[in-house]
Design a protein around this ligand. Structure first.
Ligand code: WAQ
Ligand code: MG
Ligand code: MG
Ligand code: MG
Length: 261
């Protein structure tokens, strides 16, 4: 059976600059291509943050021998009352995972203000040195977009059945878990911080191999169009090699967490 990577990104031009609206990535069987491509076009055109004037859809064959096998990170939820408490919780989790207090604070302030120049959102993630708050991604307008990732369908089904009672078996959550599982599986990445740029979604997360995927229920105010991702990397990392794996190496979540949720 042939597998294909399907990617979508959409943007809108604002004052001469294309501003990212949404993106999505999957790995699917050839027989599912048309259906998934249609859902991606729909996702791009019906996004709550606005109607795009540019949509890029790409389809690329994936070589099965190159697929990296991933274990899904286990989930926990950290319930907080408000954004300030959420930021304190995220800071604490990041520091426990091995990120310096300075880098953790820098990342939180960056996602609050909008990580791209001019306080805009990025299509991809910021790469931040985990010791000193220095950005390492080559293009701070674009960031690094993790691509070629998905769940193995039967494993996703078991995962959904297993966590169904928590009410979070939804695409937004499982897509974020696949991404965080791929990102934190890289030996150079210590942790990830994320919150959505979707105005109606305020739950974000801190992910690490050590603590798994920890959802933090308030990381931004409702109505804000600003969000993003920061990957905290070890000092001395070969940036190009890391980026090439994040962008190009196909990866499938094909195992449930061995630790409890
Ligand atoms: N690679 C790198 N960065 C990405 C990617 C990717 N594939 N996809 C999104 N981003 C960055 C980009 O800067 C977006 O602006 C930002 O992340 C947010 O993306 O309840 O919905 O898709 O457990 O809006 C997490 C919590 C939800 C889910 C995250 O992010 C839960 C979310 P969004
Ligand atoms: Mg997304
Ligand atoms: Mg790692
Ligand atoms: Mg979004």
């Amino acid at each position: 059976m042939s597998l294909f990577s399907v990617r979508m990104r959409s943007s809108r031009e604002e004052q001469g600059t294309p501003v990212h609206i949404s993106g999505a990535e999957r790995i699917v069987a050839e027989t599912d291509l048309e259906r998934v491509a249609a859902t991606f076009v729909q996702r791009a055109m019906q996004h709550k943050n606005g109607t795009p004037d540019f949509v890029n859809l790409s389809i690329e064959r994936v070589c099965p021998e190159e697929i990296m096998s991933l274990e899904a990170l286990p989930i926990q939820t950290c319930d907080v009352e408000d954004v300030e408490e959420g930021h304190r919780a995220a800071h604490h989790l990041l520091c426990e995972a091995g990120v310096s207090s300075e880098s953790a604070n820098f990342a939180i302030a960056l996602l609050k203000a909008g990580p791209a120049p001019g306080g805009r959102v990025m299509r991809g993630a910021v790469l931040l040195d985990a010791e000193q708050p220095i950005r390492m991604e080559p293009d701070p307008h674009r960031g690094v977009r993790v691509s070629k990732l998905d769940w193995e369908p039967s494993v996703l089904e078991s995962w959904c059945n297993g966590i169904g009672h928590l009410g979070i078996a939804r695409p937004r959550v499982w897509e974020a878990i696949a991404l965080a599982s791929k990102v934190t599986a890289q030996p150079e990445v210590i942790a990830e911080l994320c919150w959505s740029d979707d105005q109606s979604y305020i739950t974000g997360y801190v992910a690490s191999q050590q603590f798994g995927y920890v959802r933090v229920t308030h990381l931004k105010p409702l109505g804000s169009l600003i969000g993003g991702r920061v990957f905290f990397i070890r000092a001395g990392t070969d940036i190009q090699s890391l980026i090439s794996r994040l962008e190009k190496q196909p990866a499938l979540v094909d195992r449930l967490p061995t630790r409890p949720y």
